[in-house]
Design a protein around this ligand. Structure first.
Ligand SMILES: Cc1ncc(COP(=O)(O)O)c(C=O)c1O
Length: 431
């Protein structure tokens, strides 16, 4: 298996290859290294906050009505651990006692194994390419593949026979999200074929919840009923996967019945409530308390690299969308949309300087953003600027949350944090 060991150019995954024997080459993402950082723009990842969030979840999810013991916690580390840097996050969570890890892509799983991660890793995306190679790589890399269609089962059983051993996998069932997973009309046939193929070890049965964060419990309860029905159909064929799991952060917290033997929290681990934007409607006091105990693990900061005084009528940025009314001080920050700062923040978002809010003035450009610091006393070149997270200075203190940015941009906090691009180096710190 050719996993490049050093940062490398992206290479196509089996692009144009006809021969299965040829090794699949997986893209190993290039990540800005702290040692190479010249710009002061960086994401600081607080590993203590991550551990605290894991502890909060473990305590909150201590029981699972559908299982005998508390559910295992399988942290969701797809998309480079939601932008936090998967290897470091996996190492921290593994040491803190996480039971397993879920990723979306084969290459994400291989990256974790190459980083020495030993806990079970489930590849949820279910895509291994059209040939044997991807699935073989998953098995060779000690990853647990998620499968959902007959062709995949057939390929896996070939691999098992070639190796003369049983291979574990998980089956994903679509319980009315209509995204990924075998449909309820196909599930009997698949279960039948799994039951009659001894080399296939059905280790897990999973589904995904579409509306667990919503105030209306009905769609989630309906999905859980469908999942229960599939479990019963599996049991009637003598199949009893050791781990059933359906719950994301919101499901795990709000629907105890969804916890089964394992839960798959993502956003809550990174310190953001999955119920953001929902005031207190329908949220129990307990969930509100748990949400308040989560600590955001990511802070994004930079520095002022240029500072100028504008006179009345001077214009700022592309399209001249901002005009100085009276004398104004404008600071330039070396971070733009190529770093994952949404252009939709132009003239709408703010950053923090000296513990105060400074509004974005003009259009966010690819590498630079300008802010109005007229109301920041004593502002100077080199001052720290916080783009996401909190900042204190003397008596002043303020915070910009992923929820706030999401609201302005019209997206969700998940997108805000995963968007912080690989060009921004991640610096890990202990509190
Ligand atoms: C299949 C699956 N499980 C679990 C999660 C984790 O969800 P969350 O970040 O809302 O906890 C995701 C994320 O989107 C997912 O796609």
């Amino acid at each position: 298996m050719a996993v490049p060991s050093a940062p490398s150019e992206p290479v196509p995954s089996n692009g144009g290859m006809e021969h299965e024997e040829e090794a699949i080459r997986v893209l190993k993402p290039r990540r800005a290294a702290p040692a190479d950082a010249v710009r002061p723009t960086r994401a600081e990842i607080n590993l203590g906050a991550l551990r605290q969030n894991l502890r909060v979840l473990k305590r909150a999810l201590a029981s699972s009505p559908a299982a005998e013991s508390s559910p295992a916690i399988w942290g969701v580390l797809k998309a480079d651990a939601y932008g936090h840097g998967a290897p470091a996050i996996a190492r921290t969570l593994e040491r803190a006692g996480v039971d397993g890890i879920c990723v979306a892509l084969l290459e994400e799983g291989l990256e974790l194994r190459a980083a020495g991660i030993e806990v079970p890793v489930v590849v949820m995306g279910g895509y291994y390419g059209p040939h044997h190679r991807g699935l073989e790589d998953a098995i060779e890399g000690d990853l647990v593949p998620v499968l959902y269609e007959a062709g995949q089962l057939e390929r896996l059983s070939h691999i098992a026979r070639d190796r003369d051993r049983r291979v574990p996998f998980q089956l994903k069932v679509d319980t009315n999200m209509s995204r990924l997973g075998c449909s309820l009309s196909e599930v009997d046939e698949l279960l039948e074929s799994i039951a009659s193929t001894p080399e296939l070890e059905l280790r897990g049965l999973m589904s995904h919840l579409a509306c667990a964060d919503s105030a209306d419990p009905a769609p989630t309860l309906a999905q859980l009923r469908l999942f229960e029905d599939v479990r019963a159909r599996a049991a009637s064929r003598g199949l009893s996967p050791s781990v059933c799991h359906v719950a994301n952060s919101a499901g795990a917290l709000a629907f105890p019945a969804s916890r089964y033997q394992a839960v798959r929290p993502g956003i809550a681990l990174y310190g953001i409530s999955p119920f953001y934007g929902r005031s207190t409607d329908g949220l129990s006091e307990e969930i509100a308390r748990i949400s308040s105990e989560l600590r955001p693990a990511m802070r994004v900061r930079s520095e002022i690299v240029a500072l100028r005084t504008l006179k009345d009528g001077d214009r700022v940025g592309y399209g001249h969308t901002w005009t100085a009314s009276g004398e104004r001080r404008i600071a330039t920050i070396p971070m733009g949309y190529a770093d994952g700062l949404s252009r939709a923040l132009s003239n709408r978002g703010s950053f923090l300087v000296r513990g105060r809010r400074a509004p974005i003035a003009g259009i966010v450009s690819m590498d630079l953003t300008t802010i109005d610091v007229t109301d920041v006393p004593g502002v100077r070149l080199g001052d720290e600027v916080v783009v996401l997270g909190s900042q204190s200075s003397g008596q002043e203190s303020a915070v910009i949350t992923a929820e706030e940015i999401a609201e302005i941009v019209g997206t969700i906090p998940w997108e805000v944090i995963t968007n912080i691009s690989r060009r921004v180096p991640r610096f890990y710190r202990e509190p």
